[in-house]
Write a protein that binds this ligand. Structure first.
Ligand SMILES: Cc1cc2nc3c(=O)[nH]c(=O)nc-3n(C[C@H](O)[C@H](O)[C@H](O)COP(=O)(O)OP(=O)(O)OC[C@H]3O[C@@H](n4cnc5c(N)ncnc54)[C@H](O)[C@@H]3O)c2cc1C
Length: 492
């Protein structure tokens, strides 16, 4: 394979949502766009192909109309009653709240102010959404989920003549004497090849699929963790960029990790997507969680589900054997709170707490004591298991507390759902200029010709995250990266 075969204006590494958004934006300025993908064509699309939601700012139904073209206001109304708006100020506050005020403010400013514009831009490319039916605090879901979004992206990009190189792993950045990035060396099915480009966009995910990097940055126990997503995001883009002096940015010791069925496989790929939908275990706000010592270990509802789930995985991993049990009583089923994916969950059920403990191999006396103490601590108040807001119905006098949705667990049959931590992605990334997505050198100046987006751009998420944010940030900064990479290519 001859190196000189490949010459692009803009070369994009990865085919996730950030990469595809970069490609869509670059195409507005140049048709000479190429994409490298480590996976096969069948499993292209990255973690983005496994998703459902995007979290964005909006001021009311008018802002949603371009997204939900086939739905009437009547069909949107039930959702808007729960969440009539998420203004830019509210989205800013939400992200600052989940990150303990540690989100990079310049990144966040762009993320917040560009989110709705980016949604409308995606809609202008042919994407569409439906009112959300899943129990999440977002209002619309992508039609066909992330798989649908990515299918549409691929068909638009293929029609426009974008060249895809599958089973091709970027391994090294190529630079000229002035330090400008001029291409990428990659391992193709037939050996190494150099892909020359006027600009390169790195959008090849974080390091969640690399056990050595997980151990190095996230710490003990994370090397053996199971992934919710693809095995391809091994931190190659981060390593390649840092090898030429790119500045790391954001939180390298924290990640997005959530409660998953105990039988979560080690990883998944987009072609096995339907299986994954059934494995998330996000009903913990409606009950309690105990570890194998039959002890509660976390406030199950310090905030809404969408603002706690990404931090819950870490809490579960810290427990003995890294597992926990979600405990519910019959009231939760009567209130129809279960999401459909629990239908296929691993479960135990019994008419007494003692029998449930036996089924779970827990110390029965201890388990009964934990549940009784919890029940006694539940305070009066109106229970309102709303996915958009907190009800303030809490416990008093126990540790850990439960800050919202606290209902006694006292009505048989009792049910338990064994869960483990599933890693979604790591938060550490590269320092980019938020206005252009150009990467920054440790020397304090931009790296000519090199842009980054999606999970590769660090700074937004620290310690925790709000549901739907990764796809939104990927689209926003992917679009910015593609635009500025193409402008730079035209100027070079
Ligand atoms: C099961 C699941 C559900 C999720 N649900 C949501 C949701 O509903 N909403 C939300 O906002 N977020 C969700 N997320 C998080 C979301 O997937 C990420 O935030 C988002 O996909 C990141 O996009 P990306 O383009 O940066 O990375 P990805 O989509 O992961 O794309 C990275 C791509 O780079 C490729 N690649 C890696 N290394 C190389 C290399 N060396 N050379 C070439 N290619 C390479 C990979 O194969 C992959 O195609 C979910 C994640 C998972 C796992």
């Amino acid at each position: 394979m001859a190196d000189e075969t490949y010459h692009y204006d803009v070369l994009i590494v990865g085919t996730g949502n950030a990469a595809c958004s970069a490609a869509l934006a670059a195409l507005e300025k140049t048709p000479r766009v190429g994409m490298l993908e480590k996976a096969s064509r069948r499993d292209r699309g990255g973690n983005s192909a496994l998703t459902v939601l995007m979290r964005f700012a909006f001021n009311g139904a008018e802002d949603l109309r371009p997204l939900v073209r086939n739905y009437s206001d009547d069909e949107m109304r039930p959702l808007l009653e729960g969440l009539p708006h998420r203004t830019e100020a509210e989205l800013w506050d939400e992200i600052m709240r989940v990150t303990d005020n540690q989100s990079d403010q310049e990144m966040l400013q762009v993320h917040v102010t560009e989110s709705l514009k980016t949604m409308h831009w995606l809609a202008s490319k042919g994407h569409d959404w439906s009112p959300a039916t899943i129990r999440d605090d977002n209002v619309v879901t992508m039609n066909g989920g992330g798989a649908g979004l990515q299918q549409r992206n691929f068909s638009i990009l293929e029609k426009a003549g974008v060249v895809f190189h599958y089973e091709t792993s970027a391994v090294e950045l190529v630079q000229n004497g002035q330090g400008r990035v001029t291409g990428v060396k990659a391992l193709t099915p037939t050996g190494f090849a150099t892909f020359n480009a006027k600009s390169v966009v790195l959008a090849c995910g974080s390091f969640e699929s690399n056990p050595e990097m997980r151990a190095r940055y996230l710490g003990p126990g994370w090397d053996m963790i199971r992934l919710r997503g693809v095995p391809f995001n091994t931190g190659d883009g981060l390593r390649m960029a840092m090898d030429i002096g790119a500045m790391p940015h954001g939180s390298w010791t924290t990640c997005h990790a959530s409660p998953q069925d105990i039988n979560l496989p080690v990883f998944t790929v987009p072609s096995a997507h339907s299986l994954r939908d059934s494995l998330t275990r996000y009903m913990y706000p409606w009950g309690i969680m105990v570890n194998t010592k039959a002890e509660r270990f976390v406030d199950e509802a310090w905030d809404t589900r969408g603002r706690t789930y990404a931090a819950m995985g870490r809490a579960i991993l810290a427990q003995p054997s890294g597992i926990a049990f979600q405990i519910h009583d019959a009231k939760i089923r009567k209130m129809n709170l279960y999401t459909p994916n629990y239908a296929s969950a691993t479960t135990a059920r019994a008419n007494t707490l003692e029998k449930l403990a036996d089924e779970l191999d827990l110390d029965a006396a201890k388990f009964v004591k934990t549940v009784t103490e919890f029940n006694t601590a539940v305070q009066p108040g109106k229970y309102n298991p709303d996915r958009h807001q907190l009800d303030g119905k809490c416990t008093a006098g126990i540790y850990p507390p439960k800050s919202n949705y606290a209902l006694e667990i006292d009505e048989p049959p009792f049910e338990a759902w064994p869960v483990r931590c599933g890693l979604t992605f790591a938060f550490g990334g590269l320092k980019i200029d938020p206005k252009t997505a150009q990467t920054q050198h440790v020397a304090g100046r931009p790296i000519a010709g090199l842009y980054a987006a999606g999970e590769m751009a660090g700074g937004l998420w620290v310690g925790n995250y709000a549901s739907g944010s990764g796809m939104m940030a990927g689209a926003t900064f992917g679009r910015i990266a593609g635009t500025h990479a193409a402008i730079a290519a035209q100027q070079s």
